[in-house]
Design a protein around this ligand. Structure first.
Ligand SMILES: NC(=O)c1ccc[n+]([C@@H]2O[C@H](COP(=O)([O-])OP(=O)(O)OC[C@H]3O[C@@H](n4cnc5c(N)ncnc54)[C@H](OP(=O)(O)O)[C@@H]3O)[C@@H](O)[C@H]2O)c1
Length: 260
């Protein structure tokens, strides 16, 4: 008996950070076939040749079931509008961009992987939440199918919810990472190794699996310990960092009903 394996054919539009990780995971996932990668500059996607055919000609896009727009958020509308007519589902991958920006396409959706991708680390897609959206049940089903092939965490989320989610992600990832940067820089200025903070960082991140962040809060601002906070502020020279310390301390004291 001959069995036919139905492959979902995918084209990636864009050749940056996310496109690189998606090309890698799509290429090794049974049931998915990466048929082409497009980017406006061909030299930027030479490394994608190991996965599939590449092009810098927007009018040479091949036939596919799904077209993933993986360009910078500010370029999504322009790139979407410049696409030729496509007989397939066109999605973007942005957390902060509504589905409506793809209104010129009959079949449209969003396929947003909620993770911070860098070129330095290979992500485990099985653990990455994939947030999908489409008005058309069949298109939603296709997005779900692709998401479930690579991830164990798939969520149907609309554009308004995704915007809230993206804001929360900025708070817990981008802002926290910036605080890591400031903390490490402060240590370096005082000849202390960054690794000394690693166990504390790990414990803070792991604890929220078991304890609500509200209950997990510790530190001088929660205690209303003004002498310690004053000593800290005297150590900080940079005005923006002083203001940041005061603002976050104020947010903590307000959350726990303390007065400073
Ligand atoms: N990185 C993440 O952690 C992450 C996570 C989830 C979702 N996303 C989403 O994934 C999408 C891509 O992000 P990324 O991090 O991969 O960005 P990136 O690494 O900065 O790459 C940006 C890509 O967009 C292309 N591009 C920029 N402006 C363009 C324009 N005006 N016309 C045509 N192409 C243009 C660039 O082309 P050139 O190479 O020719 O400049 C490049 O291929 C975004 O919507 C982002 O929100 C990213």
């Amino acid at each position: 008996m001959i069995t036919f394996v139905v492959m979902i054919q995918i084209v990636l539009i864009g050749g940056g950070n996310l496109a690189g990780h998606l090309a890698s995971v799509f290429s090794k996932t049974a049931g998915l076939q990466l048929v082409q990668v497009y980017n406006r500059k061909l030299d930027k996607i030479k490394s994608f040749e190991k996965f599939t055919e590449i092009t810098d000609d927007i009018h040479a896009l091949v036939k596919a079931d799904l077209y993933f727009i993986c360009v910078s958020d500010i370029a999504i509308i322009e790139v979407s509008r410049n696409l030729p007519h496509l007989n397939g589902l066109v999605v973007h991958t942005s957390g902060a961009t509504p589905l409506s920006v793809l209104n010129t396409h009959t079949q449209r959706g969003v396929w947003y992987p909620l993770q911070s991708f860098t070129t330095h680390r290979v992500p485990d897609f099985k653990e990455i939440p994939i947030c999908i959206e489409s008005h058309n049940p069949q298109d939603l089903q296709l997005l779900k199918q692709v998401a479930e092939l690579i991830s164990n965490a798939v969520y149907e989320i609309d554009s308004n919810q995704r915007m809230q989610l993206h804001l929360a992600a900025v708070l817990v990832n981008n802002f926290v990472n910036h605080l890591y940067y400031l903390g490490f820089d402060f240590l370096e200025q005082h000849q202390l190794p960054a690794q000394i903070l690693f166990p504390l960082i790990k414990e803070t991140a792991m604890r929220i699996h078991e304890v609500d962040p509200y209950d997990a809060q510790t530190g001088p601002a929660k205690r209303g310990d003004i002498p310690t906070m004053t000593r800290h502020l005297n150590l900080i020279e940079d005005d923006t960092q002083k203001a940041l310390y005061k603002l976050i301390s104020h947010s903590i004291t307000q959350t726990y009903g303390k007065k400073l």
